[in-house]
Design a protein. Structure first.
Length: 208
């Protein structure tokens, strides 16, 4: 939302008013879920645990979207309950993406977990933190973890360094054996086709 507002602000300063279509969210669209699930599938084994690590946000940011002021952080498992108050909630979208992928892969509840990374500062953030969740998994005796970061469509510092280097090092120090970080969708052929379809849907064009 802040990026969109920033873009409109600069366009206004430039005196330029082009036709703009805001793409919006697509957390459960098959065009996104199918390539995401298929990118994960080859890394899964009988003894692996899948960890969905999403980019974290401060709770104060998440609560802004709840116009009712009665749901976010006030109802148990608020992000897992679909209602008007959290229709645009980031936490809910993360939960729905996770559930859609879990269903597509046919995973049982003990085969996956969900967490949030990139926490900064003293304020309260979405939980659990990825590092804390990994530590918990190791204590449960889980030695092989596959990590996927669905909130990132392209690899960057948060995946290549924070997960693929720093988290792996922490995991090994904690007593883990193997941590695999699934590459982001990047230019995955299935995803590019899906993205084309999503764009055409948003523009109300015929999808071939």
């Amino acid at each position: 939302e802040s990026s969109v507002k920033h873009a409109y602000k600069h366009l206004n300063e430039m005196g330029w008013t082009p036709d703009i279509v805001e793409f919006g969210h697509f957390e459960t669209e098959d065009e996104f879920i199918v390539p995401l699930a298929e990118s994960i599938r080859p890394h899964l084994g009988a003894d692996t645990h899948l960890l969905f690590s999403y980019h974290g946000l401060p709770i104060s940011h998440v609560k802004r979207i709840d116009s009712s002021k009665k749901h976010c952080q006030k109802v148990a498992n608020c992000c897992e309950i679909a209602c008007d108050a959290n229709a645009l909630c980031y936490g809910r979208h993360c939960s729905e993406t996770t559930q859609a992928v879990v269903e597509k892969l046919g995973l049982t509840n003990d085969q996956w977990s969900m967490s949030y990374q990139s926490r900064l500062g003293p304020v309260k953030w979405l939980e659990p933190a990825t590092t804390s969740k990994v530590e918990e998994l190791v204590k449960r005796g889980i030695k092989n973890i596959v990590v996927v970061a669905p909130a990132f469509l392209a690899d960057g510092l948060e995946t290549l360094e924070e997960l693929d280097i720093e988290l792996r090092e922490d995991f090994i120090e904690m007593g883990g054996e193997e941590l695999i970080v699934v590459k982001c969708l990047n230019d995955n052929d299935l995803w590019i086709d899906g993205l084309e379809s999503l764009v055409k849907k948003r523009l109300h064009l015929n999808v071939a």
